[in-house]
Write a protein that binds this ligand. Structure first.
Ligand SMILES: [Zn+2]
Length: 289
């Protein structure tokens, strides 16, 4: 963790040469919010980010924020979110669910085509914190593989536990695998069934308190999709800056890492998948955070 944060700082400095999509690049919207900078994340030692649960968060300056969207892709609402992000030339990070990616690969490909970062949010959105290690491992790995298979490019080794329900044993597993774990700094509460106006008001209030950080939304939610355009305008008005996070030197390790998985773990994963265990058929659990 300590090393991870140090690596992030180094990476941030090294990124001076990276050119983000600035507002001036937004041909049809010169007043766009844009991306302020790109931050590369070295996941090699399995860092964890988000002060809601962990000691550290991303190496962000005051007023810098990272937008994240969970649970998609959704055939309608994800598309609306993408349109809003594109209009403002903003890049975000998406944490899709494997079953959703399998059902709507064309929507997820649209996320990739727009240049957003794609991580993983499990295979079927169960409470991983309460599962056996074997089933939890299957949820994580099958999620990564399914999401990877849905798009024509490598996804990032970024993972968010469904419902933010982690466990010591699976955090240790993620560390060993070199997956960065993302919690959040600012919850939008959009999973609580609140309307667009309340989502914006509540999130901006929390942002103003914390002066930035990782924000968690759900691109499956109609109210969220409806809120995003005005929310991005509120960010611009409030002087907030968008940071786009991308994987650093280990980009693409998700696919290759499968081959590196320990023999026993890999055998367990294969056994669970070929046996068609319950989680393979489970529907997406109710959204929580
Ligand atoms: Zn979720």
């Amino acid at each position: 963790m300590r090393n991870g944060v140090a690596s992030l700082s180094v990476c941030a400095l090294a990124l001076m040469s990276v050119t983000p999509a600035s507002a001036s690049d937004c041909m049809n919207n010169p007043d766009a919010l844009g991306v302020s900078r790109v931050l590369e994340i070295d996941t090699s030692d399995g860092p964890r980010f988000g002060k809601l649960q962990y000691k550290k968060t991303l190496d962000l300056q005051p007023k810098e924020i990272v937008l994240t969207f969970d649970d998609g892709p959704h055939p309608k609402n994800t598309q609306r979110v993408l349109e809003a992000l594109k209009k403002e030339c903003v890049k975000a990070t998406f944490f899709p669910v494997g079953t959703m990616a399998q059902n709507y690969p064309e929507v997820l490909q649209g996320v990739a085509d727009d240049g957003h970062t794609i991580g993983a949010h499990s295979w079927s959105h169960p409470n991983i914190g309460r599962m056996s290690k074997a089933r939890a491992t299957n949820q994580i790995e099958r999620g990564f593989r399914t999401i990877n298979a849905a798009v024509d490019q490598q996804i990032a080794p970024f993972f968010r536990f469904p419902g933010l329900n982690d466990s010591h044993i699976m955090k240790a597993y993620a560390t060993r695998r070199g997956y960065a774990i993302f919690s959040t700094d600012v919850s939008s509460d959009d999973w609580r069934g609140i309307g667009p106006h309340t989502i914006i008001k509540r999130t901006m209030s929390r942002l103003n308190q914390k002066q930035g950080g990782i924000i968690l939304f759900h691109d499956t939610k109609f109210a969220t999709a409806a809120a995003v355009p005005a929310f991005l305008r509120a960010l611009k008005k409030g002087g907030y800056k968008i940071v786009h996070i991308v994987p650093a030197n280990n980009y693409g390790s998700v696919k290759s890492a499968t081959a590196k998985t320990g023999g026993a773990e890999q055998a367990t994963i294969a056994k669970l998948e070929t046996a068609g265990k319950p989680e393979a058929d489970a529907s997406v659990a109710p959204v929580k955070r």
